[in-house]
Design a protein around this ligand. Structure first.
Ligand SMILES: Cc1cc2nc3c(=O)[nH]c(=O)nc-3n(C[C@H](O)[C@H](O)[C@H](O)COP(=O)(O)OP(=O)(O)OC[C@H]3O[C@@H](n4cnc5c(N)ncnc54)[C@H](O)[C@@H]3O)c2cc1C
Length: 288
């Protein structure tokens, strides 16, 4: 029989997970987990609902950066004006997930730990150099977001671990991010390709730091270091954009499916990388 518990502290959640005899699943918003339960894709023995843990559903400014609770829903993330100003790409990615109803529940931890290659918030978080705090029986550790997903539906988390929060660093001046995805319909669909870009400029508009991360083109989100090489040291001219486009295409190892062929996804990755970088660059310039 399926058991349910809603601990009121992180330590209690870890204890319950560690002591579970069968398969235990952490529940944040449930917009993936409940669908999978209903369809029989997962059949856990225990559900550990995190939402009663204080702070886990909120957003806070800390040391010039931000702490986003693991279970903070998209709606709460989108309502935080300071976060929207500092990390518009992360917020737009989180707010692309599902519909208004889904936004009332869907969290960053669930999006990450469901480990879909097409998860929208993940490329934006990695581009932002976000970290997450993982709690387990040996305490807490802070790790880069990119270290969590190891393949479709798989994570590096132990069975007795859960994500507690995400941390976004303080923004340097003249720095901004953006996220775009391409979907076959205008909304409520899964990304054919997603692209997250974060850039920092010097006072002359020359790029001093850049991160491009692609989603839905490989088993996990792909950080593209060659894209940074194409942008850093240049303004966003056609040479830089062409280098970025090529780097994005080369990083793709997509599948063929009903949403797009390998060739199509690869081409879209280059186009989206250009468009997303242009938005991030213009936003960063406005902050000069
Ligand atoms: C109609 C609909 C539309 C959708 N549209 C999109 C979309 O456009 N883009 C997109 O990316 N996704 C989409 N999704 C998928 C889903 O909404 C997102 O992945 C969402 O972010 C999941 O968050 P959640 O809090 O609901 O996760 P849950 O369902 O609670 O959990 C998902 C997985 O993560 C694990 N988990 C949850 N919290 C933690 C934690 N703190 N620590 C460790 N593991 C944890 C769970 O055990 C489970 O395996 C859609 C889903 C639906 C039903």
């Amino acid at each position: 029989m399926l058991a349910y518990t809603a601990p009121s502290t992180v330590e209690e959640a870890v204890r319950v997970l560690a002591g579970a005899s069968g398969v235990a699943k952490v529940l944040s918003g449930g917009t993936d987990l409940l669908v999978q339960l209903r369809s029989g894709r997962v059949s856990p023995d225990l559900i550990v609902d995190t939402k009663k843990i204080p702070g886990i559903s909120g957003v806070q400014e800390r040391d010039g950066g931000f702490v986003i609770g693991a279970a903070a829903p998209g709606a709460v993330i989108g309502e935080c004006e300071a976060l929207r100003q500092a990390w518009p790409g992360v917020v737009e990615a989180a707010n692309l997930i599902g519909s208004t109803q889904i936004q009332g529940r869907a969290s960053l931890a669930g999006n990450l730990c469901n480990a879909s290659p097409a998860a929208d918030s993940v490329p934006a978080l990695i581009a932002a150099r976000a970290t997450c705090v993982v709690a387990g029986p040996n305490g807490r550790r802070e790790v880069p977001v990119e270290s969590i997903v190891t393949g479709p539906g798989r994570t590096s988390l132990g069975r007795d671990e859960l994500i507690v929060e995400f941390r976004l660093p303080k923004r340097p001046p003249r720095s901004a991010d953006a996220y775009l995805r391409f979907i076959p319909r205008t909304e409520m669909d899964i990304a054919v390709v997603g692209a997250g870009v974060s850039v920092t400029l010097d006072p002359a508009g020359v790029c001093t730091d850049a991160r491009l991360v692609l989603g839905a083109v490989a088993p996990t989100a792909v950080l593209v270091p060659e894209a940074a090489a194409a942008l850093v040291g240049r303004k966003l001219d056609e040479t830089a954009l062409a280098g970025l486009d090529q780097a994005a295409r080369r990083a793709c190892k997509p599948i063929d499916d009903k949403r797009g062929t390998i060739e199509y996804r690869t081409k879209v990755a280059g186009v989206l990388a250009r468009r997303t970088a242009t938005i991030a660059y213009e936003r960063a310039k406005e902050r000069g």
